[in-house]
Design a protein around this ligand. Structure first.
Ligand code: TMP
Length: 247
C-alpha cells in the first residue's frame, strides 16, 4: 500500500486512493475509541473482524437492493469501495432504548420502542456529534428535504433487513449507526461500516444485561471479554451469511 496515497485517517479506518479515481481502499484498524475519543484502546483482531462482518452485511444488503459502496475485500483488513463524498450525518436507528437515548430521555435500558426511531447527528468530533433537528439539517444545508426523506426511508429499510439477518444469528439488533455518501453522479450509497463498533448487539441466549452485550459497549463500559464477543459475532454472521447463500 506504500505507493498509494493516504486520503484520510479516521479513528477506526484509513482511506487510500487507488489508480481508479472512482475506487478507494479502506483499511480497518484495531484501534478503538469511545466518548468522542476520550477513551482510547485497541481491540486485537478488530480490523479483520469488522472488515469481514461489514463485507458480508453489505453483500447481503446489496442483494436486497440497498445501494452500497462495497466492491470487494482484497485482504482480510481491506475493503475496496466506490468513492463517495460522505454526507456529514450519523444516521442512528433504534429498536430498543439504550445508550444516549436512555441518558437523554430517561427511557429505561432495554425498553422496546413501538416504532423504530431514526435520528440524525452532526458528524463533527469538535462539536461532539450533536443531535440535529430536521430544521437544523436544512439550516446547515447538509441535504435537501428530498434527500433527507430518502435517507430515512433507506435507514428504515436497512433496519428491517438487518433485524431479519441478526434474528437469524440469535442476536437482537438494539440500535446502529449508518453513514451515507454521494458518488460522482450524486447517487446515494450506504458507506462506512456496519460492525460491532457501530451497532448494539445483544446475545439472545443471555438475559444478563452485561453478559448479553456483544458490541463496543464491552469496551465503552469496561465489561471485559471484548475480543471474544467480536469473534462470536463474526462466527454467527458468517454462519448465517453462508447458510443464506447456500439456499
Ligand atoms: P448512542 O446511544 O451512543 O447515541 O449510540 C447509538 C448507536 O450508534 C450505537 O449503536 C453506537 C453507534 N455509534 C457509533 O457508531 N458511533 C458513534 O460515534 C456513536 C456515539 C454511536
Amino acid at each position: 500500500m506504500s505507493e498509494v496515497e493516504k486520503l484520510y485517517e479516521g479513528k477506526a479506518k484509513i482511506v487510500y486512493a487507488t489508480k481508479d479515481p472512482d475506487i478507494l481502499l479502506a483499511y480497518f484498524k484495531d484501534d478503538a475509541t469511545a466518548f468522542n475519543a476520550q477513551k482510547r484502546g485497541q481491540i486485537q483482531g478488530k480490523g479483520e473482524v469488522n472488515c469481514q462482518i461489514s463485507a458480508w452485511l453489505y453483500q447481503y444488503l446489496g442483494e436486497k437492493g440497498i445501494p452500497t459502496h462495497y466492491i470487494d475485500q482484497p485482504e482480510p483488513t481491506q475493503m475496496r469501495v466506490r468513492a463517495v463524498k460522505i454526507i456529514p450525518l450519523e444516521v442512528v436507528v433504534r429498536n430498543i432504548a439504550a445508550g444516549s437515548l436512555c441518558r437523554q430521555t430517561g427511557l429505561p435500558l432495554g425498553q422496546a420502542l413501538t416504532e423504530p426511531l431514526v435520528e440524525f447527528y452532526l458528524k463533527n468530533d469538535e462539536l461532539g456529534d450533536p443531535l440535529l433537528t430536521r430544521d437544523r439539517i436544512f439550516a446547515l444545508n447538509i441535504v435537501t428535504p428530498g434527500q433527507l426523506d430518502r435517507l430515512k426511508t433507506l435507514a428504515l429499510e436497512i433496519n428491517q433487513y438487518l433485524q431479519e439477518f441478526f434474528n437469524a444469528c440469535g442476536i437482537t439488533l438494539v440500535d446502529f449507526k449508518l453513514e451515507f455518501g454521494l458518488d460522482r453522479d450524486q447517487k446515494l450509497l450506504l458507506a462506512d461500516e456496519i460492525s460491532p463498533d457501530t451497532c448494539r448487539l445483544w446475545n439472545r441466549d443471555e438475559s444478563d444485561p452485561q453478559k448479553r452485550v456483544m458490541d463496543k459497549d464491552r469496551f465503552r463500559l469496561d465489561l471485559g471479554q471484548i475480543e471474544a464477543a467480536y469473534q462470536q459475532v463474526l462466527q454467527r454472521v458468517g454462519e448465517t451469511f453462508t447458510r443464506q447463500n447456500a439456499n
